[in-house]
Design a protein around this ligand. Structure first.
Ligand code: FAS
Ligand code: PHB
Length: 399
């Protein structure tokens, strides 16, 4: 079997890249370890930046997102029992974000790929990538009891944090940066109306909490929990009880509880791989980097990686130029590190770090107090949250 681009992984990165390549007439095959239902069962991101929205439109899959997504012009920070609204729209010259679950976005991409009958192998096992240091990279896997081999021009490693592509990069050619946080997020999804029309990020003495949503009838909540916690130890009632203790009066009053339809604990880490290219293999999305979800950056970073990689591949096939491919890693990493920095900073600001001692708690409160009473402070939160412009820093030659 032969194709132009072999994509490993059918999460948002792989599916979005596949749609964009197909729209440009570039042949691609997706090889995915799980089945489609499993991919859709993972409850993850909820906030889309404009860059991600535009890319989904460019891929021709934005219709339902515009119909069902919720445009948000701000969010609340609840700190020391006081609510502060971050006016994204006012502080960023009119920018907003959209609430539209990653599950729905992935479903839209899966449906579009199936409608075009594009080659996709689900439930692939023993996936191996090789020869990406030659002009004929190779992918091998087993599916339905049969061995498969695919020759291609390029491999797109869209196989997430635990994938095979980054693991296959030559050890001497890769540098990894990692910070693991001393807590996780216990998430709960319920078919209950959201507690507020916008998100509420909470820094409470009992720990971080987040009140998010998927629609006007489906809510998503998170609680900071120690890494020792197990999801099976948390009944729905225990979750709601703890959430109430972290909220303020108005939120407690409006909170509608109900049975969970999903509950899980996600670990938090900052992680970056440098470079994001190894010969003719390119890493995109969680395969290359992970952010703590506090800044709602994970999915949005994956989208900008895909944008850079798609533009580079389109340029290669249309003009025979390798300029975009050669610039991919540096261009993507410049944006990745800015989002990593914001996600780390916002996590440090909004969570409790009991092991860091009372003075760090005082620093944290003083920083929040400054930020929330300063136009510059509010603007720095807002412009990073909506997503920095794609050419940010380029004028200053910082690339
Ligand atoms: P993904 O991990 O989504 O997809 C990779 C795909 O590759 C998977 O389908 C996997 O099955 C497949 N794969 C893996 N190994 C393979 C192999 N060897 N062969 C073939 N296929 C293979 N981001 C936010 O913005 N907000 C959030 O609240 C948030 N919560 C998260 C919670 C969790 C538990 C996790 C893990 C991530 C969360 N994220 C969040 C980040 C998340 O949304 C990612 O950024 C997003 O899924 C990135 O998409 P992909 O790069 O496609 O990676
Ligand atoms: C979510 O709705 O899952 C969500 C929203 C904002 C975040 C993280 C997760 O910062």
């Amino acid at each position: 079997m032969r194709t132009q681009v072999a994509i490993i992984g059918a999460g948002p990165s792989g599916l979005l890249l596949g749609q964009l390549l197909a729209s440009a007439g570039i042949a691609n095959v997706i090889i995915e370890r799980q089945n489609g239902e499993h991919v859709l069962s993972r409850i993850r991101a909820g906030i889309l930046e404009q860059v991600c929205i535009d890319l989904l439109d460019e891929a021709g899959v934005g219709a339902r997102m515009h119909r069902e997504g919720l445009v948000h012009q701000g969010f609340d920070l609840l700190v020391g029992g006081e609510r502060h609204r971050i006016d994204l729209h006012g502080l960023t010259g009119g920018k907003t974000v959209m609430v539209y679950g990653q599950t729905e976005l992935t479903r839209d991409l899966m449906d579009a790929r199936a409608a075009q009958n594009l080659p996709t192998f689900y439930e692939a096992s023993e996936v191996q990538v090789s020869d990406f240091d030659t002009a004929q990279p190779r992918v091998r896997w087993r599916c339905g009891g049969q061995a498969h081999e695919l020759r291609c021009d390029f491999i797109a490693g869209c196989d997430g944090f635990h994938g095979v592509c980054r693991a296959s990069a030559p050890r001497g050619a890769i540098r990894e940066y990692e910070k693991v946080y001393p807590f996780g997020w216990l998430g709960l999804l319920a078919d209950t109306p959201p507690v507020h029309h916008e998100l509420i990020y909470v820094n409470s003495p009992r720990g971080f909490a987040l009140c998010s949503q998927r629609s006007t009838t489906r809510s998503r909540y998170y609680l900071q929990v120690p890494l020792t916690e197990r999801v099976e130890d948390w009944t729905d009632e225990a979750f709601w009880q703890e959430l109430r203790l972290r909220l303020d009066g108005p939120a407690r009053e409006h909170l509608v509880t109900g049975p969970s339809i999903e509950k899980s604990i996600a670990p938090l880490r900052s992680f970056v791989t440098e470079p994001m290219r190894f010969g003719r293999m390119f890493l995109a999305g969680d395969a290359a980097h992970i952010v703590p979800p506090t800044g709602a950056k994970g999915l949005n970073l994956a989208a900008t990686d895909v944008k850079y990689l798609f533009n580079a591949l389109r340029e290669y096939y249309a003009e025979g130029s390798e300029a975009g491919l050669d610039a991919y890693s540096e261009r993507a990493l410049a944006r990745v590190w800015r989002a990593e920095r914001f996600s780390w900073w916002f996590t440090q600001l909004m969570h409790r770090f009991p092991d860091d001692g009372p003075i760090v708690e005082k620093f944290q409160r003083a920083e929040l107090d400054y930020l929330l009473h300063s136009e510059a402070g509010l603007r720095t939160i807002a412009e990073n949250y909506v997503g920095l412009p794609l050419d940010f820093g380029a004028h200053a030659g910082r690339g």
